[in-house]
Design a protein around this ligand. Structure first.
Ligand code: PMV
Length: 323
């Protein structure tokens, strides 16, 4: 039995950063994201009686032990739900440069949740797939759905927590231009970095409090297609998230000179009347969120910005596709 599924990366406009429950991987703050097209991960799950253990191949090569362990953990949950023991061969391919800092774990675990459930013969609602993807990577819960997606904060123990779509992909023709500002691997992954923030940043509690107020405001501005309200809220969310990390011990500083330059470029464009704002995830790249009519100018200006090595463009896309 072999099943293939496709899921897309997403970008949070209201950021998730920090967990309320480490074991269940529950977020301490609500988040709101756009599912992005064409940043697709395609994942196949094939059951194979002959395998002694699960095998995971990523972008044409055997994956490392850490990645394989996370994949196996998700497969174990599916096997438990299906009452099965057969091991699986998992093949995953990212259709976008992983160097772009658009978490391939989000699209990857969403696609895996969809393919694995079907391969083991289960017919589960999307909310169940989203909750399972969340346990692997909280942002992956959001990639199960298309359009504009919300993931609430989870109360400790709330293992059923799933993302939910709040508007379809065609609700508003927003675009995202990614300004790539560095090559190579980032210094620390989001999971470890947000753990440090919670343990040692003096701003962590303020961040959690702020996130609970800001995510609903960002969702409302998106639903009302109100860019003037949206832009400062989106920038405050990512700046607050990065400030929390920077103030931790050890400090987590993802920014490169090109990150600052790109943020400045976006500020100048907005002051000049363009509908554009900045956001950043756990890495040095800057993502400009803009309306469709501004995307040409935004991409051109970012491509000319010192320290920006490359740009790529995305639009809002659909959710998980299985089969
Ligand atoms: O789900 P993770 O562990 O990949 O963490 C994602 C954290 C951010 O990308 C920085 C924010 C977000 O909400 O996607």
């Amino acid at each position: 039995m072999k099943v293939t599924a496709r899921a897309r990366a997403n970008i949070a406009l209201a950021k998730y950063w920090g967990k309320s429950d480490d074991a269940l991987n529950l977020p301490a703050v609500p988040s709101v994201s756009l599912t992005l097209d064409p940043l697709v991960t395609e994942t196949s799950v094939e059951l194979d009686e002959a395998l002694a253990d699960d095998v995971f191949e990523l972008d044409g090569a055997p994956a490392g032990e850490g990645e394989t362990r996370r994949v196996r953990a998700l497969l174990d949950e599916v096997r438990a739900a299906a009452g099965a023991t057969t091991r699986a061969r998992v093949t995953s391919r990212n259709d976008f440069p992983t160097a772009a800092g658009l978490a391939s774990s989000a699209s990857g675990f969403a696609a895996l949740a969809g393919a694995a459930s079907a391969a083991y013969g289960l017919d589960e609602p999307l909310a169940v797939l989203s909750a399972r993807a969340r346990r692997a990577s909280a942002s992956a819960a959001r990639s199960v759905f298309g359009g504009i997606v919300e993931l609430a904060a989870g109360a400790p123990g709330d293992d059923a927590l799933a993302a939910r779509p709040i508007a379809p992909a065609d609700h508003w023709d927003l675009r995202v231009v990614v300004a790539i500002t560095a090559a190579g691997k980032k210094p620390i992954g989001s999971r470890d970095a947000m753990g440090e923030s919670r343990r040692s940043s003096p701003y962590y509690r303020a961040w959690v409090e702020h996130g609970h107020a800001s995510a609903p405001a960002i969702a409302r501005a998106l639903l009302e297609r109100d860019f003037a309200t949206l832009a400062p809220l989106v920038e405050q969310s990512f700046l607050a998230m990065h400030a929390v990390g920077m103030a931790g011990v050890p400090s987590v500083l993802y920014w490169q000179p090109g990150s600052v330059a790109a943020i400045k470029t976006i500020g100048v464009l907005r002051a000049g009347g363009l509908e554009v704002c900045a956001t950043m995830d756990a890495g040095p790249h800057v993502k400009a969120v803009c309306t469709a009519r501004c995307v040409g100018d935004v991409r051109e200006a970012l491509a000319r910005t010192e320290g920006v090595r490359d740009t790529l463009e995305a639009r809002i896309g659909p959710g998980l596709e299985v089969g």
